[in-house]
Design a protein around this ligand. Sequence first.
Ligand SMILES: NC(=O)c1ccc[n+]([C@@H]2O[C@H](COP(=O)([O-])OP(=O)(O)OC[C@H]3O[C@@H](n4cnc5c(N)ncnc54)[C@H](OP(=O)(O)O)[C@@H]3O)[C@@H](O)[C@H]2O)c1
Length: 412
Amino acid sequence: MNANECRCQRLTPFLCCVLLTGIFLVWSKMLKTEVVSNCFKGLLNSELLLCYWYSKLYYRLFLCRCETTSLSVCLAYISISFPLLKSKSNKFRMGILSLISGRAGPSGFGSASTAQQISDSIDASDLTIIITGGASGIGLETTRVLATRGAHVIIAARNTKAANEAKQAILENHENAKIDVLELDLSSLKSVKAFADSFKALNLPLNILINNAGVMFCPYQLSQDGIEMQFATNHLGHFHLTNLLLDKMKETAATTGIEGRIVNLSSVAHLYTYEEGIRFDKINDKDSYSDKKAYGQSKLANILHANELSRRLKKEGANITVNSVHPGLIMTDLMRHSFVLMRILKLLTYILWKNVPQGAATSCYVALYPDLKGVSGKYFVDCNEYPASNFATDPELAKKLWDYSQNLVKSL
Ligand SMILES: NC(=O)c1ccc[n+]([C@@H]2O[C@H](COP(=O)([O-])OP(=O)(O)OC[C@H]3O[C@@H](n4cnc5c(N)ncnc54)[C@H](OP(=O)(O)O)[C@@H]3O)[C@@H](O)[C@H]2O)c1
């Protein structure tokens, strides 16, 4: 080996390390805001160590020198999990270790559980369920599993052609599945109202509403109603839809005696939002717009909405629960605006990702599982209750968002 080759061999891992450190630091910056003492704190504490072992791992893999690979992987896992083991809260000590290993939590399920598994013994034939965005990704798998358990599922989709194709694909394997498609564009309050009217005209009961649809990291744009697109689609459309369907849900719960359930699809991204949580006075501000923070803000709004509605329904004595979930990290069309970034992220954090059947598990768990009777105003990750951020658990902020959203809907 000549001197140049030798220098090159020494330089490559160093450059790999620098590159990966950069990527990890950008990523950790994304997560740093409002990070609480759960798994992400563990991840951040150990990011540099992790970065080192990852770079070493990739370097070895690239050069097909795998003799230290297993050691690197082991140390990477330990560096992630060690801070978790120091976590103060026993109840919520699921963390990344469980995410990676798939170990079941207190519910008996974990990150490796699929929607099919959690609903194995459940008969949903007396339930009518609306799911927004139920024609693709996590929503499609949720629709499939709920329909195969006997539920009548109404897919609320903006692209009815794709939704009808999804319906046909499910019917091919499950000919008795009861699925209907109705048009809904959450970014237009007019469309939301038209959807609610069409649904009510069908004279069906409504037991469960799954607010699943969403957009992520879109470049700055305004909805048809003139509201920043991620806030309009992910939060405001669902806020309006839920309010329009609430009487139907209360009536169904009262006449059937079956507990109604509302499930909001939020995300771990609720941790990364604007400094003030929700930018009430700058919701449409283009100059300070951040596609990542706007997504985090809308996902924070999903939890706040669930918590405030839960509080109101408890006060009324309505037999309806409202909870929010983080489905996990799953490669779906949601990533369309950040395809390259998410691919790189997935490559670097492969062990933290789930597949679609696992991604639909928490929604199905919260929507169907009998043990959750009466559980409301909670946040779930990997089919287990989990602590949300300080913003997400602030009742004042939840009330403020409720009033703000109501005024916004009235004014449009
Ligand atoms: N995938 C993840 O890693 C992840 C992580 C955390 C949270 N989540 C949340 O999980 C939910 C489902 O995401 P996914 O990964 O399954 O993404 P997806 O495959 O892109 O599904 C999102 C669905 O929402 C629909 N949608 C978007 N805008 C809409 C609008 N204006 N009106 C009506 N429907 C609309 C989409 O319809 P089109 O097909 O017409 O666009 C699509 O069917 C989202 O709320 C997301 O924020 C996902």
